[in-house]
Every structure is written in structure tokens, then in C-alpha cells.
Design a protein around this ligand. Structure first.
Ligand code: NAD
Length: 454
């Protein structure tokens, strides 16, 4: 394990490597992205095995939500990188004439990426892809709560890149705090809001810019004019994938009373269709990451409010897909992001009332709305604020490299995926080049009589 002194050495080695200018070469970056892609593909089975050991993550979910997302990000970056990196022409003013303007993307330098345990591969590698594409050196600190994935990431990156270019530092919060004592050119953090504040405070001492990909309670509004079967299926999928340990999982439902009972019945039917009568025996259902989180989650289940599920098993850290009814905002389950397979069902009287319930709380990372009514859609979109929105589905808005993903307010700052990741790790430098052809004297003193010309 690295100590404070060796973290500093590593950062200095990366600074020296960055100073050689090698990472600024576009062909170099393309080669590194291809190397990363090949390494992921070569180690696919080991990555799947690690995710299985850490989270009992089903291979299908690991391939779809972790590996494929990274490969798509690399493919898209390889296709676009030359366009992204090319200086863009900018118009100049008559007062600057004769001159030309351009905007150049330059890498920031040495960046730190700190990732969580819930999608432990993808949430470390996806930002790294943008850091490489933009021409930076990077240190990645994966989550210690997913040790098998952390270890395979360290192995893959260690075999693929010299540490003075890309390095993995494994360890817990003490190691992270060691790293945070040093100066970086950007810190990209994915994790909880509480730790996000610690990261931002540490970054402030060096004025280091931060991207904070945080969490929050993402609401899901279900209106009466929705397609009941598809709605139930899409909510159940988004809530219970990875056993609810997804930053953009629908945290709670806000349902119109007229559709509540049929929706509950349809959701129960879908849970059974996905995971069978006994989800503990399903190979398609993940487990809770740690004993601590297991305890926290089981403490949120009030037995008298359980209308489906509620069972748990400490030895295997299994918690059944659980539906809670009769929940109020005063209940503990509504205090913080749940981040587990527990779905509280609340009601709303009118759309205004649903919007008010959302707006009284911190801005969420995602907002879900199920409706076929365009006016309803427009009202919710214009009267609420959230990191992203997905209408008539859950989670799926995260998948496109063409759509920036990030939070707002308490759910984070900055965004990534596709070009947004490249932008995150770039500085856009405006360059004005003046000509020596002639020199208008209007702006120079003495100013007398010149005011009328400006
Ligand atoms: P976390 O904040 O506990 O940990 C994230 C990282 O921070 C880990 O690498 C950890 O080692 C480090 N860390 C923990 N405590 C620290 C401390 N005191 N000082 C310095 N570093 C510290 O988050 P988590 O439990 O790993 O993940 C769950 C949270 O992450 C949820 O809130 C979830 O919504 C959020 N999340 C957000 C996104 C997103 O894209 N916005 C994605 C996944 C998870």
C-alpha cells in the first residue's frame, strides 16, 4: 500500500511525464484508448468474476451496465477525438481587426479520479477514458468496498500503462485523504453527498476544480394516464437492478391514488416474473455490498409498512425486493437516499402537489415521470430541477454518450459521458492573434474626442 510519501512521488512522476508533452499528441491518446479497450476485452471474464464476488452482480448486468458502457465510450471517443481536439475558429470584433480567434482544448495535467463501489468498474473507467482522450495523466482510486474489482482494475491498468502516466492507488478513506493533501489539476469524484463535501473542501486549498457525481433521492411520478404494465416493469427493473444500489435508481414513487392499487399489483407481478417467488434463489439478483449497508437498509424496513418482500439474510447480505406502503415524509426511509432494494410508495393529490413535494427537497440526480400526457410532461420539466430526466422509463438516460450525465445542487456539479468527459478534463483556451498589417490608434491615449467612435 502506498504511503503519503509515495503518493507524492507518484504525483511528481506523473507531473514530469506530463511535462514531456507526450500526452498532448493525439496519436498517443488514440493508442492508449485502444490499449485500454483491448485490455478490457482480454480480461472480460476476470472482471465479471470480480463483480460477482463483490456484489453477486449477474453477468448480464455487469456486461450491459459496466463493460459495454466503457467500450461504447471508448469507441465514441476514438471516433470523435480528432474533432474534439481540433482548435475551433472564433469570430473577432471590429475593434480587434485585423485579428483571428480560436479556442484550443488543452489537457489539465495530473487528475485524480475517486470512484464508488456500486458500479465499481464502470464508474472508475468511464471518467478515465475522458481523462486519456483529453491528454491527461491520471490516478484512479477505486472503492475499497469492492476489493476484487479494485484489484482487477489495478492489474489491468498496471499491465497496460506505466504508472507515471496512469496509476491505480488502492485503499480506504485514509489513502484517499493522503492523496487529497496533494495538488491535482482536477478531481473527479463519484460517491455520496457527505463525502463530496470533504472532497470539495480538500480541493479548495489548491483551487483544484472538481466534478462531483453525487446521489440523492430520485423521485418517480406515476400519473393515471400511463401504460400500466410497461410502467410497472420499467420501475421494477430500475429499482432492483444491482439490488437497488444504483445512484439513479428511482428512490421512491409518487403515485396518483387512482392508479396506486393496480400499479402495486402489476409491480408484484413483475418482481415475480424477474426473480421468481424466491428472489434469494435467483441468479439474476445482486447482494448488498457490506454488512454495514445491510444493517442500515434492514433498519429502514418497518414491518407494518411492508406490502411485498421484506425478508433478509445477514449471512449472504440478501434483502428481498421490498415494497412499502403508507409511508410518510417523517419516516426514516424518506430521510436519505435509500441505495438498496426498498421502494416506498407515496401518493400525490394533484400534479402541483407532486411537484411541490419534490421541490421542497434537495435537487435529485434523476427524476422519472410516467405519463402519456404532453402537458403533464411539460409542466414537470419546467417546474422541477434535477440532474437528468427520463420519461416513461428509468435509468436508460444514462446510457448515451451523446447525453451529458451529472447532478445539480446537492446531487452534484459537472457532467460527463462522451464529449462532456473530454470537456471535463480539458481547459478551453481562447487565443486571439493580432496582425502587424496596421494598427488602429483609437484605443490608445490621449482619449480626447475619441469617445464618440466607441
Ligand atoms: P462514498 O462517498 O462513501 O465513497 C466514494 C469514494 O470515496 C470511495 O472511493 C471511498 O474510498 C472514498 N471515501 C469514503 N469516505 C471518505 C472520506 N472520509 N474521505 C475521503 N474519501 C472517502 O460513496 P459510496 O458508498 O462508495 O457510493 C454510494 C454513493 O455514491 C451514493 O450516494 C450514490 O448515489 C453515489 N453515486 C453517485 C453516482 C453518480 O454518478 N452520480 C454513481 C454511483 C454512486
Amino acid at each position: 500500500m502506498l504511503t503519503i510519501a509515495s503518493n507524492l512521488d507518484l504525483i511528481q512522476q506523473q507531473r514530469s511525464f506530463f511535462a514531456t508533452g507526450k500526452t498532448k499528441d493525439i496519436e498517443f491518446r488514440i493508442t492508449q484508448l485502444k490499449t485500454l479497450k483491448a485490455a478490457i476485452e482480454t480480461h472480460e471474464s476476470e472482471i465479471l468474476e470480480a463483480l460477482q464476488q463483490d456484489l453477486n452482480k449477474p453477468s448480464f448486468e455487469a456486461i450491459a451496465a459496466e463493460l459495454t458502457l466503457c467500450i461504447e465510450e471508448i469507441n465514441y471517443s476514438l471516433k470523435q477525438i480528432k474533432k474534439w481536439a481540433k482548435p475551433k475558429k472564433a469570430k473577432t470584433l471590429i475593434t480587434q481587426f485585423p485579428a483571428s480567434g480560436r479556442i484550443m482544448a488543452e489537457p489539465l495535467g495530473v487528475v485524480l479520479i475517486i470512484s464508488p463501489w456500486n458500479y465499481p468498474f464502470q464508474l472508475g473507467i468511464a471518467p478515465l477514458i475522458g481523462a486519456i482522450a483529453a491528454g491527461n495523466c491520471a490516478i484512479l482510486k477505486p472503492s475499497e468496498l469492492a476489493p476484487h474489482t479494485s484489484s482487477i482494475i489495478a492489474k489491468i491498468l498496471g499491465n497496460s500503462f506505466p504508472s507515471e502516466y496512469i496509476a491505480v492507488v488502492e485503499g480506504d478513506k485514509e489513502i484517499t485523504q493522503d492523496l487529497l493533501q496533494h495538488k491535482f489539476d482536477h478531481i473527479f469524484f463519484t460517491g455520496g453527498t457527505k463525502i463530496g463535501k470533504i472532497i470539495m473542501e480538500a480541493a479548495a486549498q489548491y483551487l483544484t476544480p472538481v466534478t462531483l457525481e453525487l446521489g440523492g433521492k430520485s423521485p418517480c411520478i406515476v400519473t393515471p394516464d400511463t401504460h400500466l404494465e410497461y410502467t410497472a416493469r420499467r420501475i421494477v427493473w430500475g429499482k432492483f437492478i444491482n439490488a437497488g444500489q444504483t445512484c439513479i435508481a428511482p428512490d421512491y414513487l409518487l403515485v396518483h391514488p387512482s392508479i396506486k392499487q393496480p400499479l402495486i399489483e402489476a409491480m408484484v407481478e413483475q418482481i415475480k416474473a424477474f426473480y421468481g417467488e424466491n428472489p434469494a434463489a435467483s441468479s439474476d439478483y445482486a447482494r448488498i455490498i457490506s454488512a454495514g449497508h445491510f444493517q442500515r437498509l434492514t433498519g429502514l424496513i418497518e414491518p407494518e409498512k411492508v406490502i411485498y418482500g421484506g425478508e433478509s439474510e445477514p449471512e449472504t447480505r440478501y434483502i428481498a425486493p421490498t415494497l412499502l406502503d403508507g409511508v410518510t415524509w417523517e419516516d426514516e426511509v424518506m430521510a436519505d437516499e435509500i441505495f438498496g432494494p426498498i421502494l416506498p410508495i407515496l401518493e400525490y393529490e394533484s400534479l402541483e402537489n407532486a411537484i411541490a413535494q419534490i421541490n421542497q427537497r434537495p435537487k435529485p440526480l434523476a427524476l422519472y415521470l410516467f405519463t402519456t400526457n404532453k402537458k403533464t410532461e411539460q409542466q414537470v420539466l419546467t417546474q422541477t430541477s434535477s440532474g437528468g430526466v427520463c420519461i416513461n422509463d428509468t435509468i436508460m438516460h444514462i446510457a448515451s454518450p451523446q447525453m451529458p450525465f451529472g447532478g445539480v445542487g446537492d446531487s452534484g456539479m459537472g457532467a460527463y459521458h462522451g464529449k462532456a468527459t473530454f470537456d471535463t478534463f480539458s481547459h478551453y483556451k481562447s487565443v486571439l492573434t493580432r496582425s502587424f498589417l496596421f494598427d488602429l490608434k483609437l484605443r490608445y491615449p490621449p482619449y480626447e474626442g475619441k469617445l464618440k467612435y466607441i
